[in-house]
Design a protein around this ligand. Structure first.
Ligand code: GTP
Ligand code: SAM
Ligand code: SF4
Ligand code: SF4
Length: 393
């Protein structure tokens, strides 16, 4: 079923009023450059979008949440994400350098209205210069929320340095508390190392810690109430994520995946779930207050369910993605990418030109799921060439 978006039709000039983005000479310069830089039909400039409009798309959504992949490499091989044999990693010179990352974030924040940053991958902790990258971003943006999604391997050794460098908080992916099930899902026997990472992150104050879990039928689905009990009793916020068709093996099926409705049903045997009264505010997760059936008067914690497949949230999408090699992906499921790295490395090309190209990429953002309608698994859905790890989850 298609989604409804109240919005100017494709190509009609949106209003620049009330964008909330940076203004002043730098942004105005970018606007001037943008207007002159692009004459292609369907571009943001041709539609009258100015720099101060930020990362606006044809359907009236404005991206303020920047998700930046630091690397395509990873030390796990989660079955829903990577092939067992791994992938051909990008050569180092094809990947954004630390300085390029810091510059891109500055352009996003100062010129284009980015208001929060998520570092992801691949596995961000495998980057040797991760702490320096966080520190570089933080020195430019004292108030920017900077979070990181990680598998937690090595976090025990880096958590304090990341906290000191200015990382705000983390999401750790953890699908099972049983060593054998963990190893089956990730193809690596590293559960104790992940738990050590979570523990150290909590100790140094990298909270609120969120735990991401993808449930796979017949493997870890029975564990959902135990995972929730573990999370709330440690003060973590658990996220159950519906599996999306972004795996290397193309093994996803609509009938095989576990739906949000099923998850709620399993949880409600042990817990009472009531909607979190806070505004969802464009977040992928629908949040629920959790009360144990054994203590129904006490809110034990919060759980979020990310139902990208069965209850999509594309109409309120605020995300812009940059891959590890500096390409804009306007949607997780995009079939088009726009290269910023080449511009960043062209001598004399200024921030305004980079901003303008980024705006053009976002103007072309698909309505939903890489298409003009929602429908992961529909007959006309085409899985992107990249796996989740190479996009930046
Ligand atoms: N379809 C879709 N799924 C997304 C998108 N962003 C995140 N997700 C899914 O949500 C999962 C969790 O993302 P995280 O960023 O770790 O968590 P989150 O709930 O979005 O973030 P916070 O609550 O802000 O920490 C991802 O792994 C994806 O499966 C998106 O733009 N589209
Ligand atoms: C691609 S990973 C990158 C960051 C880090 N390596 C990690 O695992 O947290 C980001 C998130 O994407 C999720 N993910 C990966 N493949 C997925 C899929 N096919 N469907 C839903 N979520 C997926 C993971 O569970 C993880 O929480
Ligand atoms: S989900 Fe994260 S940890 Fe697992 S294979 Fe993908 S990138 Fe690696
Ligand atoms: S599928 Fe695309 S449009 Fe929908 S929420 Fe994700 S990134 Fe946004």
């Amino acid at each position: 079923m298609g989604i409804q978006l109240g919005m100017p039709s494709i190509g009609s000039p949106p209003s620049a009023a009330g964008s909330g983005c940076a203004t002043g000479s730098t942004a105005d310069d970018a606007a001037g450059s943008h207007a002159g830089a692009s004459d292609a039909n369907g571009s943001a400039a041709a539609a009258g979008v100015r720099a101060a409009d930020g990362l606006l798309d044809r359907y009236g959504r404005r991206a303020t949440d920047m998700r930046l992949s630091l690397t395509d490499k990873c030390n796990l091989r989660c079955t829903y994400c990577m092939p067992a044999e791994g992938l051909d990693w990008l050569a180092k010179d094809k990947v954004l350098s630390g300085a390029e990352i810091v510059r891109l974030v500055r352009i996003g924040v100062d010129e284009l209205g980015v208001r929060e940053l998520r570092l992801t991958g691949g596995e961000p902790l495998v980057r040797a210069d991760l702490v320096d990258i966080v520190a570089g971003i933080r020195s430019n943006h004292p108030d920017l929320p900077i979070s990181m999604t990680t598998n937690g391997l090595g976090l025990d050794k880096k958590a304090q340095a990341l906290k000191d460098a200015g990382l705000t908080r983390i999401n750790v992916s953890l699908d099972s508390l049983h060593p054998d099930t963990f190893a089956q899902l990730t193809r690596r026997p590293f559960l104790p190392r992940v738990l050590a990472g979570v523990e150290e992150a909590a100790r140094v104050g990298l909270g609120l810690i969120k735990i991401n879990a993808v449930l796979m039928r017949g493997i870890n689905d029975v564990e959902s109430p135990d995972l929730l009990e573990w999370a709330v009793s440690h003060g973590f916020e658990l996220r159950f994520i519906e599996q999306m068709p972004l795996d290397a093996d193309h093994g996803w099926t609509r009938d095989g995946m576990i739906s949000a409705a099923e998850i709620r049903g399993w949880l409600e045997r042990d817990f009472i779930l009531t909607p979190d009264p806070r505004q969802r505010d464009g977040a992928p997760a629908e949040r629920w207050e959790v009360r144990r059936r054994s203590a129904p008067d006490v809110v034990a914690g919060i759980v979020g369910i990310i139902a990208s497949v069965t209850e999509p949230f594309c109409a309120d999408c605020r995300r812009t993605r940059i891959t590890a090699e500096g390409k804009v992906r306007s949607c997780l499921f995009s079939h088009e990418e726009t290269d910023l790295l080449e511009l960043l490395r062209t001598p004399g090309s200024g921030d305004a030109a980079v901003a303008a190209r980024w705006q053009d990429a976002m103007w072309g953002k698909p309505k939903a799921h890489g298409m003009d309608h929602t429908g992961l698994g529909d007959a006309d859905y085409v899985q992107p060439d990249r796996t989740m790890s190479a996009i930046g989850g």
